[in-house]
Design a protein around this ligand. Structure first.
Ligand SMILES: Nc1ncnc2c1ncn2[C@@H]1O[C@H](COP(=O)(O)O)[C@@H](O)[C@H]1O
Length: 178
């Protein structure tokens, strides 16, 4: 798993623990020579992971829609940019470029990306997984809702076919090393 897609918050005002855990992941990715594939913005956990991947020797691909390019929120860190027309094709390009994807804590943008990846897997477009990095139990409530959908048979089979959960950094790197 060399190319790792990351979906994560663009917010600057979240608790410091999310930045610390993101830095730990970015450092590991750089040291392992991994490539980060992400949304390419210079904000929040996105810029944080890109900075630490870069400092530790990894490569970075930023996938950036034209509307965001106009907004001056584009990071200077990616080694390569892939330009997209809109948010929808960006999700497909991040998916196509990544071997596996991680959901760090995030808001509506992150959740949109995660659900796009899982929904397209359920109908056979691909067989790549999302790993929820459950820092501080951030995804506990969402995971409960997914389980409830499964128990009430609103899903086609077990959703755990499409995602894994890492509650610790060790669990995350074990999944990435599989
Ligand atoms: N301003 C943005 N620039 C680039 N990418 C963005 C931006 N806002 C959202 N994204 C994408 O969505 C998530 C972050 O959204 P949150 O609502 O903060 O979770 C990130 O993975 C970007 O790909």
């Amino acid at each position: 798993m060399n190319k790792i897609g990351i979906f994560c918050s663009a917010s600057q005002t979240i608790d410091d623990i999310y930045f610390q855990k993101t830095e730990e992941l970015g450092k590991w990715m750089g040291e392992q020579g991994k490539t980060l594939v992400y949304g390419g913005a210079n904000m929040g956990l996105m810029e944080c992971v890109a900075q630490t991947v870069k400092q530790s020797g990894g490569n970075i691909i930023g996938v950036i829609p034209s509307k965001l390019e106009e907004s001056k929120r584009v990071s200077a860190l990616p080694d390569r940019f892939l330009h997209t027309k809109n948010l929808s094709d960006r999700k497909d390009i991040i998916l196509a470029e990544s071997d596996v994807m991680i959901a760090l804590p995030g808001g509506i943008g992150t959740l949109d990306e995660v659900f796009h990846v899982m929904a397209s897997a359920t109908i056979g477009y691909h067989s790549k997984k999302i790993i929820f990095y459950n820092i501080n139990g951030f995804y506990d409530d969402l995971l409960t809702v997914l389980k409830m959908c499964e128990e009430k048979q609103f899903t086609r089979g077990e959703l755990s076919l499409y995602y894994d959960v890492a509650n610790t950094f060790k669990e995350l790197t074990n999944l990435l090393n599989k």
